[in-house]
Design a protein around this ligand. Structure first.
Ligand SMILES: Nc1ncnc2c1ncn2[C@@H]1O[C@H](COP(=O)(O)OP(=O)(O)OP(=O)(O)O)[C@@H](O)[C@H]1O
Ligand SMILES: [Mg+2]
Length: 240
């Protein structure tokens, strides 16, 4: 097994401090998402309405063209606020479950990057404690960010399943692939952060080459280990 395929070692004890920090981070994200949505989003909508009123009074075509350009910029800014809010606070995760949240995130990613993102399987019956579902979702976000930043891929395939007593998430791209040196970069925190989250849950991360090119990131979380920490359940299609 080369370094790129090395699984992480699950830690024996759940780390209470790490769990606490992860929960605090999620709370902070929720607060930022609320401000983004309510304050920045609110201001942008108000500017959009004012701009529309102003534009209606313009007669000269060059000025009307300018106004249309401003309206287009405002629409783009509102779409960005909406996407950032969804990323920071995946409400869909709580309300509709991990499968729906992964699908929604993949659609956003494909639209934003132009990289085709295919969900080959998203099991909607997966039941994980809330903190484990959030951790898996954050890992998924970082995996997609890495594809966009590093892989030079044109396609991504995502698979989310429950197999036996494990939840499995696979993100495969058809990009340049990664090396053992990539994984051990001292100033890179994405893969390290994934491992830390998984250690807390007794899970593991594997990175495999894809044929003929690319990377398959494979994450496994044992349902039993995650249950052991006694957190609230995140169930598909159940109101919270
Ligand atoms: N899907 C991928 N395809 C090709 N290379 C990858 C892929 N994912 C990660 N890498 C390589 O692995 C390295 C480590 O990834 P990691 O997410 O830990 O750090 P980063 O993305 O460089 O920085 P950070 O996540 O801290 O902003 C990357 O710098 C990149 O070289
Ligand atoms: Mg990264």
């Amino acid at each position: 097994m080369n370094a790129a395929e090395r699984p992480t070692k699950p830690s024996a004890q759940p780390n209470a401090l790490a769990n606490h920090l992860a929960a605090a981070r999620e709370e902070e994200r929720e607060r930022i998402a609320r401000d983004l949505h309510d304050i920045l989003g609110g201001h942008l909508v108000a500017i959009k309405i004012e701009t529309a009123l102003l534009a209606a009074r313009l007669e000269a075509e060059p000025l009307r063209r300018r106004a249309r350009a401003i309206q287009k910029l405002l629409d783009d800014a509102l779409a960005t606020v909406s996407r950032l809010t969804r990323e920071l606070r995946p409400g869909i995760l709580k309300d509709f479950g991990l499968g729906a949240a992964i699908e929604c995130q993949a659609e956003d990613f494909a639209q934003r990057t132009g990289i085709a993102c295919r969900i080959v399987c998203a099991d909607h019956d997966i039941q994980l404690p809330q903190h484990a579902a959030v951790a898996l979702f954050r890992i998924f976000q970082e995996a997609l960010t890495n594809v966009c930043k590093h892989a030079q891929a044109s396609q991504v395939a995502v698979r989310l399943t429950q197999e036996g007593d494990e939840v499995l998430l696979e993100v495969s791209d058809n990009g340049r692939g990664l090396t053992a040196a990539d994984i051990d970069k001292p100033r890179a925190f994405g893969l390290r952060g994934m491992r830390e989250r998984l250690d807390e849950l007794g899970g593991r991360l594997e990175l495999h080459p894809c044929h003929p090119s690319g990377t398959r990131l494979r994450v496994a979380i044992p349902l039993a280990a995650a249950e052991g920490s006694g957190a609230e359940r995140c169930k598909g299609a159940q109101p919270q």
